[in-house]
Design a protein around this ligand. Structure first.
Ligand code: FES
Length: 114
C-alpha cells in the first residue's frame, strides 16, 4: 500500500492529491497541473508523475492502459474490470480486508472511457 508523501516539492502537493485529481478525470501531466496544482518541473514531478498517472491499482500492479483496454472491450462495471484485470481486488495481507482504494478511479475510467 502506497503511503502518502509529497511528490511536488515546489508546490507541496502530495500523492493523495494527485490521485484525487485522477479520480476527478486527470490523465495527463497538464491535467494534474490544473487539478492538483503540481509544478510538473521539480525533481519529484519529473521522476514520479508519469508512474502515478500510468498506474491504477497498486495492490495488483494494474496499469491505466490495462483498465482502459478492459473498459473498451466491454467491462462496464468496477466488478467486471476486476474480473478481467484484477484491479480493485487487492487484499491487505495483514488484516485480510479488501483494499478497494482504486475502485473510485476505476469507476471514473468507466465513466470517461479513458
Ligand atoms: S489499490 Fe488496492 S485494490 Fe487497487
Amino acid at each position: 500500500m502506497a503511503q502518502n508523501r509529497i511528490i511536488c516539492t515546489t508546490n507541496d502537493v502530495d500523492y493523495l492529491s494527485i490521485r484525487k485529481a485522477m479520480v476527478a478525470g486527470a490523465r495527463t501531466v497538464d491535467e494534474v497541473v490544473e487539478l492538483a496544482g503540481v509544478c510538473a518541473e521539480c525533481e519529484g514531478c519529473k521522476s514520479e508523475l508519469d508512474g502515478i498517472l500510468s498506474s491504477v491499482c497498486g495492490c495488483k500492479n494494474v496499469s491505466l492502459k490495462t483498465v482502459v483496454d478492459a473498459v473498451k472491450n466491454g467491462a462496464d462495471t468496477v466488478e467486471k474490470v476486476g474480473e478481467v484485470t484484477g484491479a480493485g481486488t487487492g487484499v491487505d495481507e495483514e488484516t485480510g480486508e479488501e483494499c478497494g482504494r482504486c475502485k473510485v478511479l476505476i469507476q471514473n475510467i468507466i465513466d470517461l472511457g479513458r
